[in-house]
Design a protein around this ligand. Structure first.
Ligand SMILES: Nc1ncnc2c1ncn2[C@@H]1O[C@H](COP(=O)(O)OP(=O)(O)OP(=O)(O)O)[C@@H](O)[C@H]1O
Ligand SMILES: [Mg+2]
Length: 253
């Protein structure tokens, strides 16, 4: 079953074609990766999906909802959440509070005006946040301030914040960037578990080829905003254009 359907997407920034006629579908429960050289349009594609960028042409549908007709903050309501290429954490807050920032209902007017509901809601959300932190293996850190925590933990907090709203699909922009080998292995396991245990469709942008090849059901390769290749890891890895353009020797590693 198709979860996400992107058709003929064009996104220009003052003459720069960040996305040039991009079309693909992602199925429910897939781990779908976007790879490509720097500036090839990967983050722009994520920005179009969650409404930060408005493409000049094309359509994006998620479970029949036209994502181009809704506001960025409404994408969560429709089951889409994301993590960012650059950390969006608040260092002087605890891990728990950083995760709670993702609990969308906290922003609702009802809760603001009815403090007794807020208290109950806060307890419910804290329990959910702890569950998510536990799932990610960092539940014991919840009262620590984020400032000074290892980068690997900070990246997990980003993921936790995206998971607390119980998305149907998560967009992860370079989840392993800046991580050491051990942390990268851990991220690979977590991405697989997000799909296998939580049943969430995963879109990943990543430069780490070993990670991408090990976790993806399918991979889409972007080059200068165009789709260069798409398919299973083994197909993409052996695609002559992909090897020529940017995988180079890594493809045969
Ligand atoms: N908000 C913006 N304003 C102007 N140009 C932009 C904007 N966002 C992206 N671009 C341009 O669009 C192109 C694609 O950028 P994008 O950030 O999507 O690439 P990327 O594939 O995510 O690269 P990286 O691997 O370095 O993160 C680049 O030429 C970039 O400079
Ligand atoms: Mg990017």
């Amino acid at each position: 079953m198709d979860n996400l359907k992107i058709q003929n997407l064009h996104m220009n920034f003052s003459g720069v074609k960040a996305l040039d006629d991009v079309s693909f579908k992602v199925q429910k429960g897939e781990v779908f990766s976007l790879i490509g050289p720097n500036g090839s349009g990967k983050s722009t594609l994520f920005n179009c999906i969650n409404g930060f960028c408005i493409p000049q042409q094309g359509s994006i549908k998620f479970e029949n909802v036209d994502l181009l007709k809704i506001k960025p903050h409404e994408t969560v309501k429709h089951g889409i959440s994301r993590t960012f290429q650059n950390l969006q954490n608040v260092p002087y807050m605890t891990l728990l509070d950083n995760v709670l920032l993702g609990a969308h209902r906290r922003l609702s007017m009802t809760d603001t005006f009815n403090r007794w509901i807020s208290q109950k809601e806060r307890e419910r959300e804290e329990a959910m946040a702890l569950e998510v932190l536990d799932f990610l293996g960092i539940a014991n850190f919840e009262k620590k301030y984020l400032s000074g925590q290892p980068y690997g933990i900070q990246k997990l907090v980003e993921i936790a914040r995206a998971l607390i709203c119980k998305p149907k699909m998560i967009l992860m922009d370079e989840p392993a960037a800046g991580m050491n080998d051990q942390e990268t292995l851990e991220i690979a396991k977590i991405i697989s578990e997000i799909r296998d245990i939580l049943g969430i469709t995963v879109l990943v942008v990543e430069h780490d080829m070993n990670l991408v090849m090990s976790i993806s059901d399918r991979i889409c390769v972007l080059d200068s905003g165009k789709i260069l290749a798409m398919g299973k890891p083994v197909e993409v890895k052996n695609h002559p254009e992909v090897i020529k353009v940017f995988l180079g020797d890594e493809a045969h590693a």
